[in-house]
Design a binder for this molecule. Structure first.
Ligand code: PLP
Length: 343
């Protein structure tokens, strides 16, 4: 890894919403596609289920983190950063996309990842190597220890003459959540009668932005189990967005629709229901989900239909937040023979 990339001069454009800078990193708006065969499979009226293709955001193999990085990277440029530092799980999609954003902006990137270096980098790690990111392995650490490692690495880089911008874990803070306010506005225009938006939840910024744009009744978050206190974190981001005037304070105080019944044995562990969801999305619509987030989100949608919280006729959007590279770093692929088609 070198820290010698030339910095391109990219000026953040102005977002009227909160006077926030934004730098364009993706392709917008992402498409919305009908999913009639998947709808029938889940017990929804064909014609009432749509998929928002935020796996097709463009940069670095795509995914939801690109929208947040448009805001957090604009701040990095404003601050004169030369190096982006962020953290995540070993197969973090956010880490891969931060590395890709750094390349696009002519910045260096250092990723502090939980776990140990594998013998052969696969999935997101292979792409991070391709993108030239420096990786610091933090070992088997808890979230707060990972944060301390980020601070230590940032200090070392600063002492070496770099101007460091720390992008938060998962890209989730008030600023990053504005990316999903943008997505919510796109959805309003694309599917005017939408009743439910179903989305995977990790660090919570995606759900927070959607709630800010669409209101808490319409957004159903499916917790993938990445953080124990994610509901509080989302509440904190909503409070910050309301304080900026980006959403009504009353909405920020309403209860969230957040399901935690799809986590199973833990974060990253594929449940039978999530495996079925992967197979259903693939075999009904030719759409590939990831085993950590979007498969659990779709199994959460199936559970919501089964228990009546989503009705057959309700206009429903499933947000595909990406994560495909993670599939190629997950045990699931090695175990594929054990999972015969269920249709
Ligand atoms: C593919 C994918 N979907 C959904 C999420 C959840 O997004 P958030 O962290 O904003 O809750 C993540 C987070 O890493 C992700 O990588």
């Amino acid at each position: 890894m070198t820290f010698s990339k030339g910095r391109r001069s990219i000026t953040a454009s102005n977002d009227q919403r909160a006077g926030l800078g934004q730098v364009s990193l993706g392709s917008w708006p992402t498409p919305v596609e009908a999913a009639p065969r998947l709808a029938a499979r889940l017990g929804i009226k064909p014609g009432s289920l749509w998929i928002k293709r935020d796996d097709l955001t463009g940069l670095g193999a795509g995914g939801n983190k690109v929208r947040k990085l448009q805001y957090t990277c604009a701040a990095a440029l404003d601050n004169g950063a030369t190096t982006l530092v962020t953290s995540g799980a070993a197969q973090s999609n956010h880490a891969r996309l931060t590395a890709a954003a750094a390349c696009r902006l002519g910045l260096d990137c250092c990723l502090v990842l939980a776990g140990q270096a594998p013998l052969v980098p696969d999935g997101n790690l292979a792409l991070e190597a391709l993108l030239g990111a420096q990786i610091v392995w933090a070992g088997d650490v808890k979230d707060d220890e990972l944060g301390r490692r980020v601070d230590a690495v940032s200090c070392e880089l600063t002492n070496a003459g770099k101007r460091v911008e720390v992008i938060p874990f998962g890209g989730s803070n008030v600023r990053g959540a504005h990316g999903y306010i943008d997505c919510g506005h796109e959805l309003r225009a694309q599917i005017p009668g939408l009743r439910h938006v179903v989305v995977a939840v990790g660090s919570g910024g995606t759900m927070a932005g959607l709630v800010a744009a669409l209101g808490p009744e319409r957004v159903l978050g499916i917790d993938a189990g990445a953080m124990p206190d994610v509901a509080d974190r989302i509440g904190g981001m909503l409070g910050g967005l309301a304080a900026q005037g980006a959403m009504p304070l009353a909405h920020a105080r309403q209860p969230l629709r957040l399901r935690s019944d799809q986590i199973g044995p833990g974060y990253g562990v594929l449940t039978r229901q999530a495996r079925d969801a992967l197979v259903d999305a693939g075999q009904c619509e030719g759409i590939i989900l990831d085993p950590v987030y979007t498969a659990k989100a779709l199994s959460g949608l199936a559970a919501a239909v089964a228990d009546g919280s989503i009705s057959r006729d309700d206009c429903t959007v499933f947000v595909h937040t990406g994560g495909l590279p993670g599939l190629f770093g997950h045990d699931f692929l090695r175990d594929l023979q054990r999972y015969p088609p269920s249709i």
